[in-house]
Design a protein around this ligand. Structure first.
Ligand code: ADP
Length: 431
């Protein structure tokens, strides 16, 4: 179990490392891409503005047209010369291709102010499909002849190539980023394992120590239990009242210690993941009825009525001894923490895919704040009270370990009007 906990921790740490690295790498890719793209487009804007001014001067000086026939045909560079009032067309070099027609349809997108540039994004002609796209960078400059502005010259540069190149580059960068990300996942996993290893080993040694110590204490405790029992039953010896009280105390504490070592060993086994495999079918109907009957006798001592209501044919793949211990813990707690003359309901029934076990008492209840804490080792809501009842603070931790061993869940609910409901769900079929 503890190795599973550390494996989960390792996975979680890997996800965090990889997540942070992934976000960083994506950020770097997008910032680098945006930066390079912006540099390219900015450079092209300056170039086009310089070109349009140059061509305007050439037109005035020598009448040379701004675009060559080839560039008009290819749609790589187009031009349009018009009077300042937009009424008289002086030169139309938009050509008769689809790009020129698209530009003409998007007249409203052309730059308005002199020296300014605009990117014009256009789709194909109606009927040509939305997939055909054109992107042009447009610039406009005044045409000045003998100190008088005679018109304005628009020039359009096809920048689709830059977009395609940029998209390809981004795609390649993202592929490289994915490769780095995968590498980072492996590296993160390795790093997390390296960091966790010493802690996991230390934890393992501690678990081993608890298990070994509990195991070693078993025999002396059994001997002590037998010896104290013998002392109490020895009718020939005459003990003073003080001695008798001391022997009784010794016997009670020995029992307590024995239970403590049993619980610690079971928990250590659970932590190590060495609880038995859940291969055997357990007849839960019979087990619940049997435990219900046993504990009803104990309840009677406090004049508590224990009502057992068990559905028939409840079968479960599990560890019978552990399930027996689970029922004892829940019912024993209900009896311990209930006042006299109350009632406890013990229900075992079948829900859709689960076996539902519920122990409902009319005792002191557990506050919302303590509902999760009661599963912590050695946690007791009222230490003095729990100790006087023979409590160790390990019962519910062990109950939780057993429930987990059976892939189920356990929770504490409030009983109405007072008391506690301990609810356990155990899957009837284990995947
Ligand atoms: P303990 O051996 O002290 O009973 P557990 O782990 O079984 O240890 O329970 C932890 C604590 O939870 C108990 O000390 C008690 O305060 C509280 N508790 C458990 N069951 C009940 C219950 N049915 N009603 C009220 N309190 C409970």
């Amino acid at each position: 179990m503890w190795s599973k906990i550390f494996e989960n921790l390792r996975r979680r740490m890997t996800c965090i490392y990889a997540g942070i690295f992934g976000v960083l790498i994506l950020l770097i890719v997008f910032v680098a891409y945006t930066f390079v793209w912006w540099e390219i487009i900015d450079h092209e804007r300056h170039e086009l503005v310089a070109t349009v001014y140059h061509e305007a001067e050439e037109w005035v000086d020598s009448g040379e047209e701004p675009c060559s026939a080839v560039s008009i045909h290819e749609g790589s560079m187009l031009a349009y010369f018009v009077t300042m009032d937009d009424k008289t067309e002086i030169l139309n070099q938009l050509g008769d291709g689809p790009q020129g027609r698209a530009l003409w349809r998007h007249r409203n997108d052309w730059p308005k102010k002199m020296d300014s540039t605009r990117i014009i994004r256009m789709h194909g002609e109606p009927g040509q499909g939305e997939t055909v796209r054109y992107r042009y960078l447009a610039a406009v400059a005044p045409v000045v002849k003998n100190g008088e502005t005679v018109g304005k010259l628009y020039m359009f540069e096809n920048i689709e190539f830059y977009y395609t190149a940029a998209f390809k580059t981004l795609y390649k960068l993202l592929c490289i980023a994915v490769l780095f990300f995968v590498g980072a996942c492996y590296f993160g996993y390795w790093l997390a394992g390296r960091n966790i290893k010493p802690i996991s080993e230390m934890y393992g040694r501690q678990m081993q120590f608890t298990a070994d110590a509990s195991h070693e204490m078993r025999t002396p405790l059994a001997v002590m239990a037998l010896a104290t029992q013998g002392l109490r039953e020895d009718e020939e010896s005459k003990y003073s009242a003080f001695a008798q009280e001391s022997i009784e105390m010794l016997q009670n504490e020995t029992k307590r210690m024995s239970r403590l070592t049993e619980h610690l060993m079971a928990l250590a086994r659970g932590d190590e993941g060495t609880m038995p495999e859940l291969k055997l079918a357990v007849d839960m109907t019979e087990l619940c009825q049997r435990v219900g009957k046993q504990l009803a006798l104990l309840a009677q001592e406090k004049d508590i009525t224990l009502h057992t209501q068990v559905d028939g044919n409840l079968q479960l793949l599990g560890d019978e001894a552990a399930l027996h211990r689970l029922l004892i813990i829940l019912l024993d707690n209900a009896i311990k923490y209930s006042p006299e003359h109350t009632r406890i309901d013990f229900i075992a029934s079948k829900t859709k895919n689960n076996l539902l076990l519920a122990v409902q008492d009319q005792g002191c209840g557990i506050s919302d704040e303590d509902k999760e804490k009661v599963f912590d080792r050695f946690f007791r809501v009222d230490k003095a009270r729990s100790r006087s009842q023979g409590g160790l603070g390990l019962g519910l931790s062990l109950a939780q370990a057993i429930v987990r061993q059976h892939h189920g869940s356990i929770k504490v609910l409030d009983n109405k009007p007072c008391g506690t409901i301990m609810q356990v769900l155990l899957p009837l079929k284990i995947a």
